[in-house]
Design a protein. Structure first.
Length: 437
C-alpha cells in the first residue's frame, strides 16, 4: 500500500504490531544540559540553555536558572559546554546490559534536543555534534551497536525545532524543508531506528513543518518503513489526533489548542505511550533527591495501570554529564526488571481486559488467560469485582507454587494464596493471579 501526502491516508497506517506488544521502554535524555544538571524542582533541566539565555525572565523558574548560571558559570555562554561534554565514562555495553536487565523492550535515545546539539555524526550540525566536538565519538552508533542481540529495540528522539537555528528564526518553512527533513532522512537511513519520537512541534501547525511530506517518505520509501513507529508530535494540532502512536506526558495529551486534554478524559483509537521521568525532569537534575523520585513500587503501579488501559510506559532516565547512569536510577530500573522477570507474562503482549478497575487492582489478558494484578499481599482474600465467579476457573500466583483458593463472593471472584510470608513468592510490591479455564 502506498500512502498519500495527506493525514487521512497517513493515519490509515497501522502502528507496527511489535510496539503494542512491547509495553515498556526507556527514554534517555543526555546532552549539554547534563553538565550544569540543574533545574528548579518540578521543572525540566534539559531547558537550562533556553532559560539562561532569556534576556527578560518570564517566570520565577527562569529567574532561578539565570541566578544559578551566574553563580556557577558567570557569563559563560551555554554552547561553551560543548568543551566540557566529553562523555568520557560513557559505556554503551554497560548501558545496553542495564536496559536488558530492566525488562524494557525498546529505548528512545535523544539524538538532538531543542538546543541543536547532536549526539551523533551529522553534516547538518557542523561544529555542534559529538563527532566534531570534544567527545570525538558517535554515541548514537555506539549504543545502536551495543543494543543488537539484547532483545531490546533501538529507537531515537529528535527535536523538530531548534531554539537558535538561523533558518528557524528567519523562516520556519525554509528550516523544515532545507534543514529538518534532510537531517531526519539522514538519521533514519544511517541509524535505522525502530522508533522516531519527535518533539518541539508546538509552535506551528503540521503544514508549516511539512510533516505529511516527511511521513509519506517514511512510510513509502525509507528502509525502515515496515517496522518504524513514529509518534504524533508533528504540529500543534496533531497530538492525540494524527501521526503514529499517540503520546502523553505526565498524563497530558496536549495543551496547544487552548484546552488541556488528559489521557483519562478521552478515548484514543490507536496505541498510546506515556512518558515521564523517575523524578520530574527528563535531563538529570541534581536538585532532585530521593524524595522526588518514584519508588520501584510506584513505577510498577504506573506500568500496570498503563498496560491495563492498553498503553505503553516510556520511563526516562537522565545520565550524568560524564556518561554514567546515577545509582538511584539504575536501582529503580533493576527493581522493575526483577519484578518483570517473574510477572512479565501478564505485561508483554497482553491486551486490555477491563480499563476501569477497583483501586489497587489492574487487569490484563493474554492467550485466553486473565491476569489480576493487586497491590494487596495475596495471603489475604481479595475480591475482584470486575470478574464474575465461575467454578470452571483455575488460579495460580505467578512466582509461587502455592495453591490458590477460589471462592464465590456474592457472584464475584475471590482469590487467596496459601502463603504465610513474603519469602513464599518470588516478587514484591504487586502480585499477579493468573486465571484460566
Amino acid at each position: 500500500m502506498m500512502f498519500e501526502n495527506n493525514w487521512e491516508s497517513l493515519n490509515s497506517r497501522k502502528v507496527p504490531e511489535w510496539f503494542g506488544k512491547a509495553k515498556f521502554g526507556i527514554f534517555i535524555h543526555w546532552g549539554l544540559y547534563s553538565i550544569p544538571a540543574y533545574a528548579p524542582i518540578k521543572d525540566y533541566a534539559e531547558w537550562y540553555g533556553y532559560s539562561c539565555n532569556m534576556e527578560e525572565p518570564q517566570t520565577p523558574a527562569q529567574e532561578m536558572y539565570k541566578a544559578f548560571h551566574k553563580e556557577h558559570y558567570n557569563s559563560k555562554p551555554y554552547y561553551d559546554f560543548v568543551n566540557e561534554f566529553t562523555g568520557h565514562r560513557f559505556d554503551a555495553e554497560k548501558w545496553a546490559d542495564l536496559f536488558k536487565r530492566s525488562g524494557a523492550k525498546y529505548i528512545n535515545f535523544v539524538s538532538k534536543h531543542h538546543d541543536g546539539y547532536c549526539l551523533y555524526e551529522t553534516k547538518y550540525a557542523p561544529g555542534l555534534n559529538s563527532m566534531e566536538c570534544a567527545p570525538k565519538r558517535d554515541f548514537l552508533m555506539e549504543l545502536k551497536n551495543a543494543m543488537e542481540g539484547t532483545g531490546v529495540r533501538f529507537g531515537v528522539y529528535h527535536s523538530v525545532y531548534e531554539w537558535w537555528h538561523p533558518y528557524y528564526l528567519e523562516d520556519p518553512e525554509k528550516y523544515a524543508l532545507e534543514h529538518l527533513h534532510p537531517m531526519l532522512k539522514e538519521l533514519v537511513e544511517k541509524y535505522q531506528p525502530n522508533t522516531l519520537f519527535t518533539d518541539g512541534e508546538w509552535e506551528h501547525e503540521s503544514s508549516v513543518w511539512h510533516s505529511t511530506e516527511f511521513l509519506q517518505w517514511l512510510y513509502n520509501e525509507s528502509s525502515v518503513k515496515d517496522f518504524i513507529v513514529p509518534n504524533d508530535r508533528w504540529g500543534k494540532e496533531t497530538r492525540g489526533r494524527k501521526g503514529g502512536n499517540f503520546t502523553t506526558e505526565y498524563g497530558i495529551i496536549d495543551v496547544y489548542l487552548g484546552t488541556e486534554r488528559r489521557i483519562d478524559d478521552v478515548e484514543l483509537d490507536r496505541p498510546f505511550e506515556e512518558c515521564r521521568g523517575i523524578g520530574c525532569s527528563f535531563g538529570i537534575n541534581k536538585e532532585e533527591g530521593c524524595e522526588n523520585y518514584l519508588t520501584v513500587k510506584e513505577l510498577l503501579v504506573t506500568l500496570c495501570s498503563l498496560v491495563s488501559k492498553g498503553g505503553n510506559f516510556l520511563l526516562n532516565i537522565g545520565p550524568d554529564g560524564d556518561g554514567t547512569i546515577p545509582p538511584l536510577m539504575e536501582e529503580r530500573l533493576l527493581g522493575m526488571g526483577k519484578w518483570l522477570e517473574v510477572n512479565g507474562e501478564a505485561i508483554y503482549e497482553s491486551e486490555v481486559y477491563c480499563k476501569k478497575a477497583s483501586e489497587g487492582v489492574y487487569y490484563t489478558q493474554r492467550d485466553g488467560n486473565i491476569y489480576a494484578i493487586t497491590e494487596k499481599f495475596p495471603s489475604k482474600a481479595t475480591v475482584f469485582p470486575e470478574i464474575e465467579y465461575s467454578p470452571d476457573y483455575k488460579a495460580s500466583l505467578l512466582g509461587s507454587t502455592a495453591d490458590v483458593l477460589i471462592e464465590n463472593a456474592d457472584g464475584k471472584l475471590s482469590l487467596k494464596a496459601d502463603i504465610c510470608s513474603p519469602e513464599d513468592v518470588a516478587c514484591e510490591h504487586l502480585y499477579v493471579f493468573k486465571l484460566s479455564k
